[in-house]
Design a protein around this ligand. Structure first.
Ligand SMILES: [Zn+2]
Length: 86
């Protein structure tokens, strides 16, 4: 009985940990995107960010990859693709 309780507690801690980790990941991702939208690299804070790749599936969000010419920073974000003309 007490073993089951420990197991449940352990799983709860794992769950909370992964949720917090995911929230932190999203928060960091958003901060990076905010910085990139202003034209700055989130890593070295130079105005040397450029679009390296852009994939669109037509409507909906598109995947845009950004690259920094100054450091090795590279990251991909899903950006809203705007209206589809419907
Ligand atoms: Zn950089």
């Amino acid at each position: 009985m007490i073993d089951t309780l420990y197991l449940l507690l352990f799983m709860l801690i794992l769950l909370v940990g992964s949720v917090l980790g995911y929230i932190y990941y999203l928060k960091e991702k958003k901060e990076h995107l905010d910085s990139i939208k202003r034209g700055f690299c989130p890593h070295c804070h130079q105005k040397s960010i450029e679009v390296s790749d852009q994939r669109s599936t037509g409507c909906g969000p598109k995947i845009v990859s950004f690259r920094c010419r100054n450091c090795d920073y590279e990251n991909a974000f899903s950006v809203d693709g705007g209206s589809c003309g419907i």
